[in-house]
Design a protein around this ligand. Structure first.
Ligand code: ADP
Ligand code: MG
Length: 687
């Protein structure tokens, strides 16, 4: 932003709206042009009270009566509004003291707002906008823009209109492609969205199916597809470590130690991975499989193929407990095979950490297992051939980026292979648009002999009844998890809840061995408790969500989740996946507290209705939207502003097809188009 101009009359005010706009990403004229309305309001007509319906965004003219400050539940300002056809109530929960007097002497006014209530009991508008009656009505829809506190619609709109009058909106999509998909021109579309013409189809503008919206969404998706193609091409130019993976004896020996036949799905996935490893460029594969589908042994066998070539392999997991568990399994599977398996986590003492780091650097450590500590500074691999990331969706975008840089041999352009694993299935469209740079394999069957988990919903009042039942089941040899509620406001409170619950259950069931596991325990303690549970020294394990991912104790067949309504859908599915891993029929009890919100009902119902991780992911996506689903929202970066990859899957298909044509026939325009839409976001596409 230029600050060299002479000082304006009220410098503070001017710079503050400019700053606010800049914070919204609005700097250049083009930014303003692309700042499209969130929705539209129809202020073109005056409605009458007798024609209203609930939910309507209405504009009325009339008089106010009975203005009063009311103390019903909380202090509020109320009034009656009347026009020639009837009356309705007005209410302000926040108001200025002077507002009452103003309303009393207002006379004829115009009000605008959302109609609530019913024609039977009377309508109401909360916080109506009030203006003078009789002012000229606009003749087109009024756009409402995404804004921020202190930046009013009129100010924003004025800047947008000014920018629009200056900016050249040349078309970055060749006419041939516009015609093929029957798209209106870019310039026309942008102008229409900011200033809908008289008689434009209101409904399609509102719900974003108007051709002008279609054009914008197409452009956005096209840019993304071009970027993904380029990322993939760039990867194909990189070199991977040279591997020979046919007839790996190490593979065979690990498989023998595992001792069970692989499922068909596991075999297929391994065949795909084997092909990847033989190519000259790095593998970048996402292995999806529902909880319990057996991804860990696939990871071990993949590691074996790479280790056989004398290269190092790293396995990274998002929690210490899970990493530790992998460490124990790998130690077992790679025992007596001349493979040096080491453990690296943040909780190691400084001296131990340095020792492990030295072994990693010298190449003495072959298979390294750990947490995020693996990708931190100070960890230098001698010759990393493969990086495996378990539960990859749990890592932030930033972590995923630094991961892809680990082990790079920039001198020779050699990049290690990468295998990501996730139990949170990513729906096809999402994979195609965000992760098109990844190859995806799916394990679509569970190992044999599993009985489906039965899920029960139980209101919290029946907690003691449930405990009594649990007492009987566990006395007869079953094992149970008891997951304590999330307390989002405070970690300390969550910890306290776990401690209290542990105490309570032990008191109620004195004949059983009740253990406790939470995030604040020292790594050694955690490991000891997990070990005790795994070897059945503990009957009931009271835990916080530290057990959420990956934990594998096949004998545990009962899962109780307290205050299930506080958890997210994917999280509940993960927790439930801790049981149903052995021969015994498993049960998951979701304890909930009334009253339930609509979203909580939706989640619990979904969980009750299906065990299928893909279906759960679909519903989760439906409820949360793709950005949040991938953890992008946390990073404050939204990948798509206009298109919705689930709703606009047809446009996505078109954009995919068009991206190929653009890159082949119009390479210059492709780059221009991508830069126009994706400035500064290319990095995310690489993760
Ligand atoms: P996830 O895919 O959730 O990571 P795990 O790898 O932890 O699942 O496997 C779940 C359980 O299934 C483990 O106890 C594992 O030993 C077992 N398992 C994996 N593959 C097979 C198989 N082919 N046959 C029988 N059991 C298997
Ligand atoms: Mg796992």
């Amino acid at each position: 932003m230029s600050t060299t101009k002479s000082a304006p009359k009220s410098p503070k005010k001017v710079s503050s709206s400019q700053e606010k706009m800049a914070a919204l990403g609005l700097v250049s004229d083009f930014d303003f042009a692309l700042h499209l309305p969130l929705r539209y309001e129809d202020e073109t007509q005056i409605h009458t009270v007798d024609s209203l319906y609930p939910g309507q965004s209405a504009q009325l003219e009339g008089v106010v009566e009975n203005v009063a400050v009311n103390f019903a539940h909380r202090k509020q300002l109320t009034a009656t509004f009347r026009d020639a056809t009837g009356k309705l109530s007005l209410r302000w929960i926040h108001y200025y003291p002077s507002q009452k007097a103003q309303l009393e002497k207002a006379g004829l006014i115009r009000i605008r707002g959302e109609v609530r209530g019913s024609s039977m009991w009377g309508f109401e508008i909360i916080h109506p906008k009030v203006s003078k009656a009789g002012e000229t009505l606009p003749d087109t829809l009024t756009p409402i823009y995404p804004s921020t506190e202190g930046l009013t619609q009129p100010v924003l709109r004025k800047s947008i209109l000014a920018a629009l009058s200056r900016v050249q909106l040349h078309d970055s999509v060749p006419v041939a492609i516009q015609q093929k998909y029957a798209l209106p021109s870019f310039s026309q579309s942008i102008h229409t969205l900011h200033n809908p013409n008289l008689g434009e189809d209101t409904h399609s503008l509102m719900d974003k199916t108007h051709p002008a919206w279609e054009r914008v969404k197409f452009d956005e998706l096209l840019a993304q597809q071009i970027a993904l193609h380029l990322a993939r091409e760039a990867r194909a130019k990189l070199h991977a470590p040279k591997l020979s993976v046919e007839n790996s004896t190490l593979y065979q020996r690990v498989l023998n130690t595992f001792g069970l036949p692989l499922t068909k799905a596991q075999e297929c996935v391994l065949a795909e991975i084997k092909q990847d490893l033989q190519r000259s460029f790095p593998m970048h594969r996402l292995l999806q499989g529902d909880v319990g589908s057996g991804k860990t042994i696939v990871a071990a066998l993949t590691a074996a193929m790479v280790l056989q070539n004398g290269l190092q392999v790293a396995i990274m997991a998002p929690t210490e407990i899970l990493a530790e568990q992998h460490y124990l399994k790998m130690q077992k599977w790679f025992a007596d095979k001349e493979i040096n398996v080491v453990w690296l986590s943040g909780s190691l003492k400084a001296k131990e950490k340095r020792e492990v780091q030295a072994k990693i650097q010298s190449g003495e450590a072959h298979l390294v297992i750990g947490t995020q500590a693996l990708i931190q500074k100070g960890v230098e691999f001698a010759h990393l051939g493969l990086m495996i990331v378990d539960e990859q969706h749990r890592f932030g975008v930033g972590q995923r980026l630094s991961l892809s840089k680990k082990g790079e041999d920039t001198q020779h352009d050699i990049i290690p292979h990468q295998l990501s694993m996730s139990a949170t299935p990513i729906p096809r469209t999402l994979a195609m648009s965000y992760l098109a740079d990844l190859d995806v394999s799916v394990i679509d069957e569970l190992p044999p002999g599993r009985t489906p988990i039965s899920t029960r919903l139980m209101v919290n009042d029946r907690r003691d009844e449930l405990l009594a039942r649990l007492g009987i089941d566990c006395a007869s040899g079953k094992q149970a998890y008891w997951v304590c509620p999330l307390v989002e406001e405070s970690e300390a409170l969550q910890l306290q809840t776990a401690v209290d619950t542990h105490h309570y259950i032990q008191e109620k069931l004195p004949h059983l061995r009740v253990g406790l596991l939470h995030g604040r325990m020292h790594a050694d303690e955690k490991a000891a408790v997990m070990q005790a549970f795994a070897t059945h020294q503990i009957d009931i394990l009271v835990a916080t969500t530290v057990i959420e991912v990956g934990v594998d104790v096949p004998n545990a067949s009962i899962m109780v989740i307290e205050h299930a309504e506080r958890f997210g859908l994917a999280q509940l599915h993960q927790l439930r996946g801790r049981v149903g891993r052995g021969e015994a029929a498993s049960v998951c009890v979701l304890l909930y507290q009334n009253p339930l919100s609509e979203t909580a009902k939706f989640r619990l119902k979904a969980l009750y209705e299906t065990n299928d991780g893909f279906e759960i992911a679909r519903r989760d996506l439906e409820q949360r939207g793709p950005g949040e689903f991938l953890g992008l929202r946390q990073s404050g970066e939204q990948m798509l502003r206009f298109a919705d990859i689930e709703l606009d899957s047809e446009t996505l298909d078109n954009a995919r097809e068009a991206a190929v044509v653009m890159l082949n026939d119009y390479p210059q325009a492709s780059l221009e188009h991508m830069q126009r839409w994706i400035k500064g976001r290319e990095d995310y596409l690489r993760s």
